[in-house]
Design a protein around this ligand. Structure first.
Ligand code: F6P
Length: 358
């Protein structure tokens, strides 16, 4: 009997179930003696030994079902080696459960923090295979993560819908897009929905340039402007501060988020009517797009292949058209950010999109 573990960790996304289905189908078709253990609520389940045995039927009907049937949680990496008040060392607990359950390997579906923990467990001697999840697309070493495409579709729909109401009322509309500290989702959603101004963390903005672009549009007779603003976007002044001061400044901001701050400044400086929309977690909900379903199936199949080839301590990665893999140690703790000099930024600028910097 072979037994492998499976867990989904960190923020959920639309394609987690689709990936688990792809992986399970590949495992069950390649091994007759396979048993899959699903840990509940991410690393929490592995720490507590809270799991369920997942027969092949558990994975039926999952391709188009968003969220995760296993549940998830955020388990901060920095707490991992801290022995809690009750004397529990979480890493030791995970190792113990791995051993007691006689696992061959654990498949970790997760983003940045989760792959960092996956790497730690791999360094501790467990057989680990990572699968790259996040709507933020910020995992280093992979061109794409599953979940990104579906969140992009959702953010685009929001921006598309905002267009018609903005046009009717002649207002400035700001849509705040998720993405944590990076601008992938905002950049792509902004371009795909025809936003006029895109603000991302990698290109700090000057509010005078933003309002200048809006005024210019008004002079050209354009009745409305649409801004796609990343939740992590920062102004040039804030970007100049040290990390600690930046954190302090953002914590003490008088507005709930960057979109509201930018909105208030635009209203004051241009005199135009401004509305802010924050779609939030809607971007992570619903069904995966066809692209994500295909990507998820391929990623699941590749993870099985890594297991078969005993290539542990690696994360499945997307490189162009190929599904490949990289060492977990290479991706752990590293962010993939948007390069402000990237060709996509140049192309966006050349059609007149303003990034608030020049
Ligand atoms: O990492 C995915 C993500 O949706 C980010 O885009 C966002 O900043 C964060 O998670 C929200 O986290 P939570 O669901 O814990 O509020």
């Amino acid at each position: 009997m072979r037994r492998v573990g499976l867990l989904t960790s960190g923020g959920d996304c639309q394609a987690l179930n689709a990936v688990m289905r792809g992986l399970a189908k590949a495992l069950y078709s390649n091994y007759e003696d396979m048993e899959i253990i699903g840990f509940k609520d991410g690393y929490k389940g592995l720490i507590k030994g809270d799991y369920t045995v997942m027969a092949p039927e558990c994975f039926s009907g999952l391709l188009m079902r968003g969220g995760t049937i296993l549940g998830t949680s955020r388990q901060p990496f920095k707490l991992m080696r801290v022995v809690e008040a009750d004397g529990i060392d979480k890493v030791d607990e995970m190792k113990k459960n791995y051993k007691n359950l006689k696992l061959d390997c654990i498949f970790v579906l997760g983003g940045n923090g989760s792959q960092k923990t996956a790497n730690l467990l791999s360094e501790e001697g467990l057989n680990i295979i990572g699968l790259p999840k996040t709507i933020d697309n910020d995992l280093y070493g992979t061109d794409m993560t599953f979940g990104f495409h579906s969140a992009l579709a959702m953010a685009t729909t929001v921006l598309d819908n905002i267009h018609t109401t903005a046009a009717s009322h002649g207002r400035v509309f700001i849509v705040e897009v998720m993405g944590h500290k990076v601008g992938w989702l905002t950049l792509y959603a902004g371009i795909s929905s025809g936003a006029d101004i895109i603000l991302i963390p990698e290109i700090p903005y000057d509010i005078r340039i933003v309002t200048g672009a809006i005024n210019e549009r008004t002079l050209q007779g354009k009745k409305y402007s649409i801004l796609a603003v990343a939740e992590g976007a920062i102004s040039k002044e804030t970007a100049k501060l040290g990390k600690k001061e930046q954190k302090e400044k953002l914590k003490n901001r008088k507005y709930p988020s960057v979109a509201y701050e930018v909105g208030a400044q635009i209203s004051e400086l241009t005199g135009q009517e401004v509305r802010v929309t924050v779609p939030g977690h809607m971007q992570r909900g619903g069904t995966p797009t066809p692209f994500d379903r295909i990507l998820s199936t391929r990623i699941g199949a590749k993870a099985m292949q890594l297991y078969k080839d005993k290539e542990f301590g690696r994360m499945v990665a997307v490189l162009g058209d190929e599904i490949t893999s990289i060492p977990l140690s290479e991706t752990a703790g590293r962010l993939k950010t948007v390069d402000p000099k990237a060709s996509i930024i140049k192309e966006a600028r050349s059609i007149g999109i303003c990034f608030g910097d020049k």
